[in-house]
Design a protein around this ligand. Sequence first.
Ligand SMILES: *Cc1c(COP(=O)(O)O)cnc(C)c1O
Length: 233
Amino acid sequence: MEQMMKNIEQIKEEIEKACLKVGRNPNEVRLLAVSKTFPVEIIKEAYNAGQCLFGENRVQELCTKTPLLPADIEWHLIGTLQRNKVKNVLGKVALIHSVDSVSLAREIDKRAARKNLMVDVLLQVNVAGEKTKHGFIPEEVKSKVKEICKLPRIKIKGLMTMAPFTENPEEVRPIFRELRTLAESIEKLQLPEVQMKELSMGMSNDFRVAIEEGATLVRIGSRIFGTRNDVRR
Ligand SMILES: *Cc1c(COP(=O)(O)O)cnc(C)c1O
């Protein structure tokens, strides 16, 4: 437990350093603790240490955990969302990072209308073009944003990407840079209900580089909680 608190503190210092290196305000970057596969007792410890923003990548796991934890935790969904799970997640998360198709956005909009909710989302972009990863391809993002922003229950808050795993995070800097450039060009379109306020990028091994390139949400699991026994990403 003490180790976990040390980890969080150290990550916060690294976030601050990365910000200062490029002249950013550290308050612009939020640490999302990715708690997938870890039990509620461990999450509670992190919460008691002051962490109140958590991310899960599976709807089922999220729904099992949230009722057992303090109500003031802010939850984000970061993993692939199947359309038939949308109804279960609405109202439970403050932000969905992983909208990767127009049909998913339509389902979110439809379900949100029934529950009288507005839903904040990020569009996931597969910048690296990896076959195993979800997301829009960079070339189509603008036209998809234009389509999705017409859905009355959805507010687009920014973009998310996952970089390929690499030992040397400098290798994925161009990916983060491309996501930021894409967000800037979308911002210029001045579309209704579209803000490019959030850039969700950077994980345990590459968050410093992501921050230098403009990340506002870093999604960190193993550096906080330790290695997972499965290799789910
Ligand atoms: C698991 C996961 C993370 C965190 O990965 P770590 O390498 O453990 O920090 C971040 N983003 C997504 C989408 C994930 O599924």
